[in-house]
Design a protein around this ligand. Structure first.
Ligand code: GLA
Length: 329
């Protein structure tokens, strides 16, 4: 029997930058998903504590997005990607909240792939699970969530360059806390404008070349106002990620926090992926003594806000610890 645990992630800064080959700075968290699996037979049958209906799937899958129950689509996506030699039986348990923007689907994919016997290097595991997610929900997601789950390092956030998928661990100072506060609006990636935003970025790139190497001033030449704003978020966010990583390295938490607010405003005004509930949360946190910074985290359209604070100042939300990546148990 094989058991694997894969963590969720919270993104400290750098949203909607991964799919244009930019920078992100997530950290793997202590909450995650465990899959146990005993190979036998030619069907994969996984039971989950969260749903009475199991994932009951053949090992040849055509269309993961049509599978039921809906959580089984992620399992189906993984089966299609990694093509296990045998079926088997097992279970899924999780300590992650679903739909709060802490990458519960990535954790399920990574733990499933490992328990089903995926044996390649970590970056290939992340890419296989990214493809599984894309096939499962039909959303062209980037690599951040799966790579963060696979590559987590205890006590560190991860500066990821999504043009090469290289990961640089950055120590999170001890004199701060990372807290996620749910907005109460579940985030439904498929139903959101995620794919539309990605297309807008690609369209903007047809005017100025790859956004990853575009200068902020060059974006003025994009004729369409909406596309110009989308590109301005992405290009300015790349720089915020680099600056944030430097501040974190030097323990400059106020400066790091300021960049989180700027990132939120950019996601709200230029990228248009925030919601009134997320904006209210950030505005309230901004007035709370001991909070260095806060912003929406992940895709937006609901989900959670992440805050960087002095220890012990918030009684709400989930305290998240920078944690190790996915592993066999
Ligand atoms: C989702 C996607 C990621 C990333 C974020 C936004 O979490 O799965 O690839 O694009 O949204 O930063």
């Amino acid at each position: 029997m094989k058991s694997a645990f894969a963590p969720g992630r919270v993104n400290l800064i750098g949203d909607h930058t991964d799919y244009s080959g930019g920078y992100v700075l997530p950290m793997a968290i202590q909450l995650g998903t465990t899959v146990t699996f005993e190979p036998r037979g030619d069907r994969v049958i996984l039971r989950s504590g969260a749903d009475a209906d199991p994932a009951d799937l053949p090992i040849e899958i055509d269309n993961p997005s049509s599978v039921r129950p809906s959580w089984a689509r992620y399992v189906a996506g993984v089966i299609e990607e990694i093509q296990p030699v045998s079926g088997g039986r097992g279970s899924v348990t999780t300590t992650l909240p679903v739909g709060e923007g802490l990458a519960s689907s990535a954790a399920l994919e990574v733990a499933t792939a490992m328990a089903l016997g995926f044996a390649g290097p970590p970056d290939e595991l992340a890419v296989a699970c990214q493809h599984a997610e894309q096939r499962a929900v039909g959303v062209p997601c980037g690599i951040m969530d799966q790579l963060a789950s696979v590559s987590g390092v205890e006590g560190h956030a991860l500066l990821i360059d999504c043009s090469s998928n290289s990961v640089k661990p950055i120590r999170v100072p001890r004199d701060c806390e990372v807290v996620a506060i749910a907005s109460g609006e579940p985030r439904a990636l498929a139903a959101s404008g995620y794919a539309e935003r990605r297309q807008e970025c690609e369209k903007a790139a047809t005017f100025v070349g790859p956004l990853r190497s575009a200068a902020l001033v060059s974006l003025e030449s994009i004729p369409d106002r909406v596309l110009r704003r989308r590109a301005r978020h992405v290009v300015s966010e790349y720089q915020r990620v680099i600056d944030f990583a430097n501040h974190l390295r030097h323990g400059e938490l106020r400066d790091a926090g300021e960049l989180m607010y700027e990132s939120h405003w950019s996601l709200r005004d230029d990228f248009a992926v925030s919601t009134p509930a997320l904006d209210d949360l950030v505005a309230r946190l901004m007035k709370t003594p001991g909070v260095f910074g806060a912003r929406l985290t992940g895709a937006g359209f609901g989900g959670s806000v992440v805050a960087l604070t002095r220890p012990g100042v918030l009684s709400e939300g989930r305290l998240l610890k920078p944690s190790a990546g996915a592993r066999l148990l």
